[in-house]
Design a protein around this ligand. Structure first.
Ligand code: MOS
Length: 772
């Protein structure tokens, strides 16, 4: 930063940035954030008379509630109210797609950590003390905890769902090789930095405002209105930013928001509800564990003929997003490969765990893990090397996916080929090292990823933006996108700056607020920047159209080509003397509207749930990761030496943000398959970061090199960029298979199950004794 004080010559864009920069413009917002000055919910000034809420939760995975006695709790000093299901003025229901989740249960607790009551008190300590003093009379019932339990008693959330194409039965009998097996993948805890939390501010009359930690402001608005018996216009949700979410606040935030809203409604006080890390880990849903039975049929050359899978998902006690997540599993069943005959079935099991929920990848990682595991089995059986099987079966342009959509690009194969080029000789290097007889063995894997972009629920693929240009030339943008650390606000500011032809310091991206952006879809499915960016582009474009129409008259240049470039109006490409600020002022004085609200609906997508056919995705994001690891076969420890990623990012709006998303997703994926082990014991989760290990700086691959695939398609997201949030998670799956690859063939497990923790790895290497 020191060199900056020498005031280097400014580029035109930088000089523009200085003019009229306001203290909360987009670049200033980044500075505040990076220096720790940006505010999160609990950093907001404490409102007068604010109370704290402490939930009273079920200690049983399954129990009948016989009665709740709050006499003692009400005597605790500072207690304002103790609330139960009977205090809910509206409908006691927070299920969205399926109404199977009460806000507070009336007679049956369905998981450990389920709130059965609420204490509202003047201090956090009093609330905690009183919550412990509430006596709930439970009659414990037999819980269903695992997929196996649920299968035994047929405990399902809905009827099984299925995607079928070709003829699985007859091709299975014709296949040269058929292999089958069961694959298990685990839960994953979101470990967002900021735990679930919300502030509620009562307004005048029926009004209520929530400063909420949610990815879905409109869904929280809908549910708060429902449980309080209000209409949505009386409920405002404001989300400035989240300290991470990863899907864990897509639907799972609603419960906490509704509880706090109930507390505020019943007491008339401002309310804060904030879970501790231990509470959050114990009480909230996670990535769905899956147990999947597969059959893969291949011809004699190793071409995949048939893919049949039953995916069993542990959904937890309420449907939440389980069926939507299963749908995405089915759409990603074949991973990055072409298979002509497919029958995949999704079975969502209802159990007595907290409702499992969205988590980066939304069911696709589970599907892709099964596919890759099956390929390792196929390689063992056929003697064809893993990479040869993968390469032979990669998706090509125009291949038809099982749900009837054509894969319209050649990005899977292009990224694979480029990744091979970048890591050429990796196989030879690995076998040389492993031939030395050292206890340090090398392994590698190729992990191709292909991920569909759009909500599988077609109606959610819409967004809106409200743009105001102020008379000082600054611009405020409101959209439905929630900033959760993924950089969507920066991208939206860049879109607005580009659409107007002005510097980014003119632009402020406002909080996400249901009063300014109504009926919004969750910021999820990797589509936040695509959809809200496009709505912003359209709104800015409309204001610019009005401005240029005005400028044409003002400059007597009607019929010529007008543009705004670098904050100057140009006519037929030539700059005029009319600058942005003057243009805005003149337009205002001539009563031109400087505000616009615009809507965007992703074009060209449709899906028929009856025939299981359609075009559910706007496009696909593809890429390939090559992972190289070293395993210490004496100790069972390992490190990732390098990950080489070739990623299809379209024409990136912000390559730095995209790189951050790729690195973060990769590491989160590595954590899922190698170390994160929640472990439920009789429904009680391990709920502390002392025993739940997530990747840290030491787990980072020594080298991550990321290359973007040159973009050939011109029909993707906003300004032809591509979504980036979820796909890179699945690059991390490659680390599991690289670790397996590092083991001597006789020690590789027949059955694949994640996570491959150090303990499990140690168990595998110990079977073979020690290397010399
Ligand atoms: Mo995301 S897992 O679609 O919130």
């Amino acid at each position: 930063m020191r060199t900056m004080s020498r005031t280097p010559a400014k580029t035109p864009e930088q000089s523009i940035a200085v003019v009229g920069s306001s203290p909360t413009s987009s670049d200033e917002a980044i500075r505040l954030h990076a220096t720790g000055h940006s505010r999160f919910i609990c950093d907001e000034p404490t409102p007068d008379r604010m109370c704290y809420v402490e939930p009273v939760v079920s200690p049983h995975a399954h129990a009948r509630i016989r009665g709740i006695d709050a006499t003692e709790a009400r005597r605790v000093k500072g207690v304002v109210a103790v609330l139960t299901a009977h205090d809910i003025p509206g409908e006691n229901q927070i299920g969205v797609k399926i109404k199977d989740e009460p806000l507070l249960p009336e007679d049956e607790a369905c998981y450990i950590g389920q709130p059965t009551g609420l204490v509202v008190a003047a201090t956090r300590a009093a609330a905690k003390r009183a919550a412990a003093a509430v006596r709930v009379d439970y009659e414990p019932l037999e819980p269903i905890l695992t997929i196996a339990d649920a299968r035994r008693v047929d405990s399902l959330i809905t009827a099984p769902i299925q995607v079928v194409c070709g003829d699985v039965e007859s091709t299975l009998t014709r296949a040269r090789h058929v292999l089958e097996g069961e694959i298990v993948t685990p839960l994953q805890e979101h470990v967002y930095f900021e735990t679930q939390r919300v502030r509620v501010i009562p307004g005048e009359g029926r009004e209520i405002l929530l400063q909420a930690g949610t990815q879905s402001p409109s869904e929280v608005q809908q549910l708060v209105a429902r449980v309080l018996g209000l209409s949505r216009k009386d409920v405002s949700i404001d989300v400035r930013r989240l300290g991470g979410a990863f899907g864990g606040k897509e639907s799972a935030a609603s419960l906490w928001c509704c509880l706090a809203a109930l507390a505020s409604r019943c007491t008339g006080r401002p309310i804060e509800l904030c879970l501790s890390r231990e509470q959050d880990m114990a009480w909230t849903g996670k990535r769905h564990p899956y147990s999947s039975d597969f059959r893969l049929g291949l011809d004699e050359d190793g071409k995949f003929l048939t893919w049949e899978v039953e995916y069993y998902q542990n959904g937890g006690s309420a449907s939440d997003l389980s069926t939507a997540i299963m749908e995405r599993t089915l759409f990603h069943a074949t991973g990055s490969y072409f298979i002509p005959n497919v029958k995949v079935t999704g079975i969502c099991c209802r159990t007595n765990l907290p409702p499992n929920t969205a988590f980066r990848g939304f069911g696709a990682p589970q599907a892709m893990f099964v596919m890759e595991a099956a390929i390792r089995r196929a390689s063992r059986r056929t003697g064809i090397p893993v990479e040869e099987l993968q390469r032979k079966n990669l998706l090509k342009k125009d291949d038809i996916l099982p749900y009837g959509m054509a894969f319209s690009e050649n990005t899977v194969r292009r990224s694979w080929m480029r990744a091979e080029e970048l890591t050429s000789g990796i196989s030879l290097r690995t076998s040389c090292q492993n031939g030395t007889g050292s206890h340090l063995r090398k392994g590698f894997s190729f992990m191709p990823v292909c991920f569909g972009i759009s909500f599988t629920n077609t109606s959610l693929n819409q967004a809106s933006a409200l743009v105001h240009v102020y008379t000082d030339g600054s611009v405020g943008v409101s959209t439905g996108a929630v900033e959760m650390g993924q950089g969507v606000n920066t991208k939206i500011a860049q879109v607005a700056a580009r659409a107007f032809g002005v510097g980014i310091s003119r632009i402020k991206v406002e909080s996400t607020n249901t009063t300014r952006a109504a009926n919004t879809s969750p910021t999820a499915a990797s589509s936040g920047a695509d959809m809200n960016g496009n709505a912003t582009r359209i709104a800015c474009g409309e204001i610019k159209r009005r401005l240029l129409c005005f400028a044409g008259n003002h400059l007597r240049a009607t019929g010529k080509t007008l543009e705004i470039e670098a904050e100057t109006v140009t006519v037929n490409g030539k700059p005029t003397g009319l600058k942005w600020l003057e243009l805005i002022n003149l337009a205002y004085l001539s009563r031109v509207s400087l505000s616009c609200q615009a809507h965007y609906a992703t074009p060209g997508i449709h899906f028929d749930k009856e025939t299981e056919r359609g075009v559910p995705f706007a496009y696909h994001v593809a890429g390939t990761a090559v992972t190289e690891v070293t395993v210490d076969t004496l100790r069972g420890t390992w490190k990732v030496d390098s990950v080489t990623v070739v990623h299809d990012g379209g024409e990136s709006i912000n390559p730095l943000i995209d790189r951050g998303q790729i690195e973060g997703g990769l590491l989160q994926g590595i954590g899922w398959v190698t170390m994160e082990d929640v472990g439920y014991d009789q429904g009680v989760p391990r709920s502390s970061l002392a025993v739940y290990k997530i990747p840290d700086i030491h787990s980072m691959p020594s080298v991550i090199s990321i290359e973007f695939l040159p973009c050939l398609n011109s029909n993707a997201g906003v300004y032809n960029s591509k979504a980036v949030g979820e796909p890179p998670f699945m690059y991390g799956i490659g680390t599991y298979f690289a670790l397996i690859n590092a083991l001597p063939p006789e020690l590789r497990p027949e059955v694949h199950a994640a996570p491959l923790t150090c303990e499990r790895l140690f168990g595998l290497v110990r079977r073979g004794g020690t290397a010399e």
